[in-house]
Ligand binder design. Sequence first.
Ligand code: SF4
Ligand code: SF4
Ligand code: SF4
Length: 179
Amino acid sequence: MKDTQRTEDDQLVSPSRRAFFRRFAPEPEQVVPDSSYPRPPWAVENKLFLALCTQCDQCIDQCPMRVLGRSDEREEILAGRPILDLSYGSCDFCGQCVDACPSGALSREKGKKRQVIPQLSGSCQAELGLYCNLCEETCSEQAIRFGADKKPVIDLSLCSGCGECALDCYSRVLVMAKA
Ligand code: SF4
Ligand code: SF4
Ligand code: SF4
């Protein structure tokens, strides 16, 4: 039976799910690896996330922007966990992922909403003397301004981590990095 066809209670009490959960949940004293990928918005800190997330995929299934996927990492404890990938889309913080999460691995109270921030990874068009301010124009939070050196300056205190600026950067020098 598919997870989406189960009731929430079924997921919480099913012996097979508990066994699965025990297999992949870290022991209290265990040092756990961090994922190289960002987690979905509102994910709790890494060790708690790995303990709570049952890999039910409900966050992934609910995301209307299709920006959540499964980790392809080799470590058993990280593999298959939900990750945020803004390579081909942005997040509008609709909250459907956190609202769908039955385990508390995503939590408005305990989690971190912004999981990624934009970073400049090379010379942008404006810096090279060409006209471009697409990232500044696209940012709904007014978090990007151009400095005297013609480089985009990102004010992280305003940035939501939506990923729109990186999507619009046609020279691909603005990239979203794990926060
Ligand atoms: S907040 Fe909405 S758009 Fe963003 S990852 Fe969650 S479900 Fe997807
Ligand atoms: S984060 Fe929550 S909704 Fe997403 S796979 Fe883990 S337990 Fe399921
Ligand atoms: S990630 Fe979103 S909010 Fe942050 S600078 Fe880019 S467009 Fe603006």
